[in-house]
Design a protein around this ligand. Structure first.
Ligand code: CUA
Length: 351
């Protein structure tokens, strides 16, 4: 009775866990609803291996059940020892060859897909998009075509085109993962890894760091925003023409810009075509989907962040590296940053 209670408890817990965990997925954060070439290829491999596995499982179970009933000990056979046989050549051959065939069925498409998804062919073409991706504790920098465009956190790409990524870390090992579009790739400090991504339809796709990299690893989110080729061209042109010194229109934001300069925020946070600094490049900040990885880009959240980033994102590189800012000043800086909208091509334009 006691053992059964234990089992029912475990079953109950498993049931609850299944129920709760099935709610974890988001449409644009799951490998099971592929929206890109890499994710589709991976999904096909998942289906193939599952079918092969089920095939083996079913055959083994059928044989197991037949043997269980057909050859069980019957009444009056308590001392009966069945005839001992071994070394049936046909059987040995069959159950050696079948697994080899199954492994080949899995290995060939997997190998082809692995080489295909790592292919750099095309990255040297004139109109190729190459992005240097830098992983940093705990955010991402994106440098398009050797300094053509610099931005952070929101990566814009055109639908239906291969985008070649060159991944390198500035500190510890991270892992670049946009489940809806492609598989994971390690981002190492000392050797560049490459991959390409290709989105099939417009959308805002969630990206995650998939390698434990410090206290705020779970907050190292980013987005890949896939837009139509026309909108992408528009975005590129707008981003290439950003004026980092542009004066904001309203007075509060102007004061904010002055405070931003006075407090030397610019030393870490570049605006315009500057390489990755200590903190995220803030070009086009006003159009970000989120900031600090996980916060809604509201003014209140931004003020909270400027005043006390450590509570929000433990272990970040901003804490302690800038002068104290009053709430009043933080509000003005927030106002300035939120007005940094350098293009009409925004995440909202693809929703
Ligand atoms: Cu970067 Cu986890």
């Amino acid at each position: 009775m006691k053992a059964w209670l234990g089992k029912s408890k475990i079953l109950f817990l498993l049931g609850i866990l299944t129920l709760v965990l099935t709610g974890c997925g988001r449409e644009n954060l799951t490998a099971f609803i592929p929206k890109g070439y890499g994710a589709e290829t991976t999904m096909n491999l998942i289906i193939l291996t599952t079918v092969v596995m089920l095939f083996v499982f079913l055959i083994v179970m059928v044989v197991y059940i037949i043997v269980l009933f057909r050859f069980r000990r019957k009444k009056g056979q308590e001392d009966y020892v069945p005839k001992q046989i071994e070394g049936n050549k046909t059987l040995e051959t069959v159950w050696t060859i079948i697994p080899i065939i199954l492994v080949i069925i899995i290995a060939v498409p997997t190998t082809i897909a692995t080489f295909d998804l790592a292919s750099e062919a095309g990255s040297n073409e004139d109109d190729a998009i190459n992005i240097d991706v830098t992983g940093k504790q705990f955010w991402w920098h994106f440098d398009y075509n050797d300094g053509d465009i610099q931005t952070s956190q929101d990566m814009y790409i055109p639908v239906g085109k291969k985008v070649y990524l060159h991944l390198l870390s500035d500190d510890v090992i991270h892992s670049f993962w946009v489940p809806s579009i492609s598989g994971k790739m390690d981002v190492n400090p000392d050797n560049e890894n490459t991959m390409y991504i290709e989105a099939n339809e417009e959308g805002v796709y969630w990206g995650k760091c998939a390698e434990l990299c410090g206290p705020s690893h779970s907050k190292m989110d980013f987005k890949v925003i896939a837009v139509s080729p026309d909108k992408y061209d528009e975005w590129v042109e707008d981003m290439q023409n950003v004026d980092p010194d542009a004066e904001p229109e309203d007075a509060v934001a102007q004061e904010g810009k002055e405070l931003f300069d006075e407090n030397n925020c610019i030393a870490c946070h570049a605006i315009g075509d500057k390489p990755a600094g200590q903190g995220p490049n803030l070009t086009n900040y006003g159009n970000r989907t989120e900031f600090a990885g996980v916060l809604d880009p509201t003014k209140d959240n931004l003020v909270d962040w400027i005043m006390d980033p450590e509570t929000i994102k433990p272990g970040n590189k901003m804490t302690g590296n800038y002068p104290d800012v009053s709430e009043d000043d933080a509000e003005k800086i927030a106002e300035y940053l939120m007005q940094l909208k350098d293009t009409e091509v925004t995440p909202d334009s693809v929703k």
